[in-house]
Design a protein around this ligand. Structure first.
Ligand code: AHR
Length: 689
């Protein structure tokens, strides 16, 4: 964020609002550094929902690359003589295709992949096609790989092609790199057995397995990599923690489809397929071809955490499949019986060893063989996602107790995260919160997808007693710390990423910051959504196959994270926290000091329809109040329902605003601003007098 870019004056900002500003005085003590803001405070929640993984962050472009979907050829069309076989080289992915001569010199044999919402290429970019192949009966064949626009009105359908010679009876990996001569969205990928062409012999049977297409230019140039643009969005959030792999996906629609981390590590060719839990969740947004290749697995997640310099926070199954989808706890098979939990607990213990163990340990060795002998330094582990107990069946807490006992015995320093269930309050929450305290989890994971009134604190207090930014002011200081693990303002009847809901998220988050003594982590959710493949919204980052954009909610998170500060400062109005309380005219505010930046940072959300004026009554030692300059980053839009989009990605983004020291802050209607007051120690004291 460049101060010089888009520099506006405060006067210009004030022009946005036509009405008379009301005066307010904030009292801010700049000398007394309060609770430290945790490094983990603002983070990322990743889940493979909305085609976030395959078809999204994971840069693989071929759908059903290993022919392992239950319908083996889903995503593929075949022509000529193609047969699916099941004795391939990868034991956990045994299927492959056999291509034979068509039987006629002027007929072709081949396969065609539809990709994820089409195969999309960008002019000038390189792509790597790879596959495993053999000619089981001997000979050399030629496989023509082509990206084709089948609807082309031009002379040829082919946009770009490469020929790959297959010359071994044994399975081998073959690859070629091509450059896209032009951009195209919605092509297909064809692999054609070329009889007799380019030195290939006729009638050479060829087997193909694990057909894969990646852009060469992935994040950090990794071959089994992730999309560079999407990873850059994540890096720019400067996350303190990265929670993965979900979400309900941790639990699965049934136990079999839970996310099994052990299946997501090791050579990608041999990671077995998993049915995506979001495939069938909503009949009104059904994606029957939604599976997880596990190409983006736990190793890749840990690497991303390392790239971003943040704490990894994996969440593992507690032995309960999704309780929303399996409401009868007594029904056989939906949950793991208590006395059969051992292998699940062992998975948790092994995960810690995979992340932190010495390469001489069995799971440390797996990590080392994947290319990372150094530990990943795992400090946190979530056990269970949105779980709960029933009246006569402590389904969750009985299981959690067993996990905790085993994990604490072997890894006493590991911080364990429990859950208060799917709701921010009500029956499940009230039942679980005390139980989490009793079980002494280090943090509890809270979820709230709520409407505008809830975020503003104006919702029905009988139904929602802890709504609004004062929620955590009322929390027990001696209990577990808070991980606000999933939250987003869902506009009533709207559910899109419009400006107003993001503003209310910003307002609500002043409560996280003010209560940083107990709120140690927060992660907006969900993170990603493909415009052609979403099941749930709002989401933080949207994309199609080649483009992406940041929502206003993204910018809210980024502003908090960029200006998270090091310690909370006391900020009040009429001796009360500024949280949209009666008489506060829709203002929400919190303050921190950043010892590194040598600055005091004040976050203010004006949720009202009128411009407001804020005078800061500074308290503290004289030297602490010597500011040399000030500026703000401000998010504002005149249209509350406006949002960013693929075609207009920068419609709403933060703008830099110059602040004049000593003058009141004028904050426009419906605006969120981060106000930075910088101190420069090298300034002579007199200069400030
Ligand atoms: O974020 C989407 C879903 O919401 C998560 O998977 C789940 O934990 C919650 O219900």
């Amino acid at each position: 964020m460049n101060l010089k870019k888009n520099l506006l004056t405060l006067a210009a900002l004030a022009c946005c609002a036509g009405t008379q500003a009301t005066d307010h005085t904030f009292t801010l003590n700049a000398s007394k550094a309060g609770a430290p803001i945790q490094k983990t405070m603002y983070g990322i929640f990743y889940e493979d929902i909305n085609f976030a993984g395959d078809g999204g962050l994971y840069a693989e472009m071929v759908k059903n690359r290993s022919f392992e979907f239950p319908n083996r050829l889903q995503g593929w069309k075949t022509f000529g003589q193609v047969e699916v076989k099941d004795d391939g080289p990868f034991e956990r992915n045994p299927h492959y295709v056999r291509l034979r001569w068509s039987g006629h010199n002027d007929k072709y044999t081949g396969i065609e992949n539809e990709g994820f919402f089409g195969i999309s290429i960008v002019k000038g970019k390189e792509y790597r096609i790879s596959f495993w192949a053999r000619t089981p009966e001997g000979g050399t064949s030629n496989i023509r790989v082509a990206v084709d626009n089948v609807a082309s009105m031009g002379e040829t359908q082919t946009i770009v092609k490469a020929d790959v010679k297959v010359d071994s009876r044994e399975w081998k990996k073959y690859q070629a790199v091509f450059t896209a001569p032009r951009s195209f969205d919605g092509a297909v990928l064809r692999l054609i057995l070329m009889e007799g062409a380019k030195g290939a012999e006729r009638n050479v049977t060829t087997d193909l397995e694990h057909v894969s297409l990646f852009p060469v230019d992935t994040w950090k140039g990794r071959e089994n990599g992730v999309r560079k643009d999407l990873a850059q969005h994540l890096a720019d959030l400067k996350p303190g923690v990265f929670r993965f792999p979900g979400g309900c996906i941790v639990e699965g629609t049934d136990l079999e489809t839970r996310f099994q981390w052990k299946n997501s590590v090791g050579p990608v060719e041999n990671r077995p397929l998993n049915e995506n839990r979001w495939r069938d969740t909503f009949l009104h947004r059904l994606f029957p071809d939604y599976y997880q290749s596990y190409g983006l697995g736990f190793y890749e997640f840990f690497l991303l955490c390392e790239d971003f310099g943040c704490e990894p926070l994996p969440v593992i199954s507690v032995g309960l499949s999704c309780q929303f989808q399996n409401r009868d706890p007594e029904k056989a098979g939906v949950h793991v019986p208590l006395d059969e939990l051992d292998s699940y607990i062992q998975d948790a213990l092994d995960l810690v060893e995979f992340a932190n163990g010495d390469p001489s340990t069995p799971w440390g060795k797996v990590r080392a063989e994947m290319g990372h002998p150094e530990p990943f330094n795992l400090h946190y582990l979530g056990v269970g996602n949105e779980q709960w107990d029933y009246k006569d069946n402590a389904a969750f807490t009985d299981r959690l107790r067993k996990f905790n006992a085993a994990l604490r015995a072997k890894y006493p320093a590991l911080k364990l995260i429990g859950t208060t269930g799917p709701d921010s309050e009500g029956e499940k929450f009230n039942m679980l919160q005390p139980k989490m305290k009793e079980l002494k989890v280090d943090l509890y994971d809270e979820h709230f997808y709520r409407d505008e009134q809830w975020f503003l604190g104006t919702a029905d207090k009988n139904k929602y007693p802890t709504c609004g930014a004062l929620r955590y002011d009322k929390y027990d200081r001696k209990g577990p710390k808070v991980f606000a693990g999933e939250y987003a303002c869902h506009g009533k009847g709207k559910k899109w990423n419009h400006f107003e809901t993001s503003l209310y998220e910003a307002a609500f988050m002043t409560g996280f910051e003010r209560n940083a003594d107990i709120v140690h982590m927060c992660t907006y959710a969900p993170l990603f959504a493909h415009v052609k493949g979403w099941q749930w919204r709002p989401d933080m980052i949207w994309y199609d196959n080649t483009r992406s954009f940041r929502t206003v909610s993204y910018y809210v998170q980024q502003l908090y994270s960029t200006y998270k500060g090091t310690n909370v400062l006391s900020l009040t109005m009429d001796k009360k926290p500024v949280a949209g309380q009666p008489g506060q005219d829709g203002l929400f505010a919190s303050a921190v000091i950043d010892k590194g930046m040598n600055a005091v940072i004040v976050k203010i959300a004006n949720t009202s329809d009128e411009e407001q004026t804020v005078n800061i009554k500074w308290q503290g030692k004289k030297d602490d109040l010597k500011f040399s300059s000030a500026y703000a980053e401000v998010l504002h839009c005149d249209e509350p329902d406006a949002e960013n989009s693929l075609d207009n990605p920068k419609k709403i983004e933060p703008r830099m605003v110059e602040i004049k020291l000593g003058e009141p802050i004028r904050i426009g209607a419906k605006t969120f601003g981060v106000y930075v007051f910088q101190r420069h120690e090298d300034l002579p004291n007199e200069a400030e007098e």
